[in-house]
Design a protein. Structure first.
Length: 52
């Protein structure tokens, strides 16, 4: 394991990586989308209230 992210309150449904590998998005049942900055190993942004 290179990095571990523990930030969603419910299970993660999907993840997607930016083609250049700098960011990852995680989508969860907690109605949040989180955008991760992979090189820094930290959360960049959180979008609240998505449907899906």
């Amino acid at each position: 394991m290179i990095q571990h992210y523990n930030a969603h309150d419910r299970p993660v449904n999907r993840i997607a990586f930016h083609p250049l590998g700098y960011h990852m998005a995680s989508v969860s049942s907690d109605n949040k989308i989180k955008i991760w900055e992979l090189k820094q190993g930290r959360l960049g942004w959180t979008v609240f209230g998505h449907e899906g």
